[in-house]
Design a protein around this ligand. Structure first.
Ligand code: NAD
Length: 355
C-alpha cells in the first residue's frame, strides 16, 4: 500500500521534502491541488515518530485543505506543510526562516499560515523570507490576525441551518455540548449563549471551564463523558477522530456540528452517524471561516468581504445536505463528491501560477 492509499484518497500534485541541517528543519510541503489557485494550508509543527508518519499526516491534511478551500468558493487550491519538531535544542526563528526560504522556492504555488503548533511569531519569521504567507498580525482594519472568531461564527451559522433542517427550530432552548474551550470553542459558546442555547462544556483546563460555566451558566462535563452528554447538538472543538466505532453508539445528540478538523476517525464513521439518524455537518464545510480570513489577508480582500463569505456558511452547508439527500448518500461523502467535482471542473493549468 502506498502513502497515498493510506493517507489521501486522491494523489497530490507534488510532495517537497524539506531538510536544512543548519537550522534543524525537517519537514514536507504537500501541494494536493493548485487547480483553483495557489495551494493554501497552514504549517503544522508537531512531534512525529518518524518521517513516514510526518509525510502521511501532510498528505491527509493537504487533501482536506483542497476540499475545504473548494467548498468555501475560494480561489485557492489545497496544500499543507508539516515540520517535525526537532528532538534537541534549536533556534525557532532560524528554523522558521529556513522554512520561509523553502516556501519561497515554490514561487507562490504554496501559501502558508499558522496551524497546530505554530503562531503569529513563527509566521513573522517566515515572512522575512517569503511573501507567500498569511496569519500575520492584522493592521489598519485589514483581515489578518487570529482567525478563530470567524471560524466560530461559521460553525454557529451552520449549526442554525442544521437545527432548522433536523429539528425544525432555531438554537433558542436547544442544548449544545461543546468539547474544547480554546480559541474557537470559547467564541462559539458566547454566540450560542446569546442565541439562547443551553450549554454543556468540557475542557481539561479547569480554570477555563469554570470561567465559561460562570459566564454563560454552562454545565461542566468530564472530558471523557462529553460525547455521551444528553444534548441536541454535539460541537467538537478540540481534537480529531473523536467520532469513531466506540464513541458513536454512545452519542445522544441529533446533530454534530463543530470546528475540529478530521472529526470522523474514518469514512465509515460518517456512514455510522447517518445510519443512526444523526445529522453530521461536515467539518471542513462548517469550519472554513478561518481560511476565508487567511485568504482575504493574502489576496488583499476587505473585512466586509470576509464577513459576507463567512455569513454564507449556512447556505454552503444547505447545498451539501441537499446534495446528500438527492444522491441518497451521507453528508461527508456528498461534501467530498462536490469538492472533487469543483476541482476537476477547472483546467489543470488555469490557475497554476501564483496569485
Ligand atoms: P485551541 O488549541 O485553541 O483549543 C483546543 C482546546 O481543546 C484547548 O482549550 C484544549 O485544552 C482543549 N482540549 C484538548 N483536549 C481536550 C479533550 N479531550 N476534551 C475537551 N477539550 C480538550 O484550538 P482552536 O483554535 O480553538 O481549534 C479547535 C479545533 O478547531 C482544532 O481541531 C482546530 O484544528 C480546528 N480549527 C480551528 C480553526 C481556527 O480558526 N482556530 C479553523 C479551522 C479548524
Amino acid at each position: 500500500m502506498s502513502d497515498f492509499d493510506q493517507a489521501a484518497a486522491v494523489p497530490p500534485e507534488a510532495v517537497h521534502m524539506l531538510s536544512d541541517p543548519d537550522s534543524g528543519l525537517e519537514g514536507v510541503i504537500v501541494l494536493h491541488s493548485t487547480r483553483l489557485g495557489p495551494a493554501a494550508g497552514g504549517c503544522r509543527f508537531w512531534t512525529y515518530p518518524g518521517p513516514q508518519e510526518m509525510r502521511r499526516d501532510a498528505l491527509r491534511l493537504a487533501e482536506g485543505m483542497a476540499y475545504k478551500n473548494a467548498m468555501a468558493d475560494l480561489p485557492l487550491g489545497g496544500g499543507k506543510a508539516v515540520i517535525r519538531a526537532p528532538e534537541g535544542g534549536f533556534d525557532r526563528a532560524r528554523l522558521f526562516a529556513a522554512f520561509g526560504r523553502a516556501v519561497d522556492r515554490l514561487r507562490g504555488t504554496y501559501v502558508t499560515a499558522e496551524d497546530a503548533g505554530t503562531g503569529v511569531t513563527d509566521m513573522q519569521a517566515v515572512s522575512g523570507a517569503t511573501r507567500h504567507v498569511a496569519g500575520l498580525a492584522a493592521s489598519e482594519g485589514r483581515p489578518g490576525g487570529d482567525p478563530s472568531p470567524w471560524t466560530a461564527l461559521g460553525v454557529f451559522l451552520a449549526m442554525q441551518e442544521a437545527a432548522r433542517r433536523k429539528l425544525g427550530t432555531g438554537l433558542d432552548g436547544l442544548t449544545v455540548a461543546v468539547q474544547g474551550l480554546g480559541h474557537v470553542g470559547s467564541a462559539l459558546c458566547a454566540l450560542l449563549h446569546e442565541a439562547g442555547a443551553r450549554l454543556i462544556v468540557s475542557e481539561p483546563r479547569s480554570d477555563v471551564a469554570a470561567h465559561v460555566a460562570c459566564r454563560y451558566g454552562a454545565m461542566i462535563s468530564h472530558p471523557q463523558m462529553i460525547v455521551e452528554a444528553k444534548c441536541d447538538v454535539f460541537a467538537p472543538c478540540a481534537l480529531g477522530a473523536v467520532l469513531n466505532a466506540r464513541s458513536i453508539p454512545k452519542l445522544r445528540a441529533a446533530i454534530v456540528c463543530g470546528a475540529a478538523n478530521n472529526v470522523l476517525a474514518s469514512e465509515e464513521d460518517g456512514d455510522r452517524l447517518a445510519e443512526r439518524g444523526v445529522l453530521y455537518a461536515p467539518d471542513y464545510v462548517v469550519n472554513a471561516g478561518g481560511i476565508i480570513n487567511v485568504c482575504a489577508e493574502y489576496l488583499g480582500w476587505s473585512q466586509e468581504e470576509v464577513e459576507t463569505r463567512v455569513r454564507s456558511t449556512g447556505d454552503r452547508l444547505a447545498a451539501v445536505l441537499d446534495h446528500a439527500e438527492r444522491s441518497a448518500t451521507a453528508p461527508h461523502r456528498a461534501a467530498d463528491a462536490l469538492a472533487r467535482r469543483r476541482i476537476a471542473a477547472v483546467h489543470p493549468r488555469a490557475h497554476s501560477r501564483a496569485a
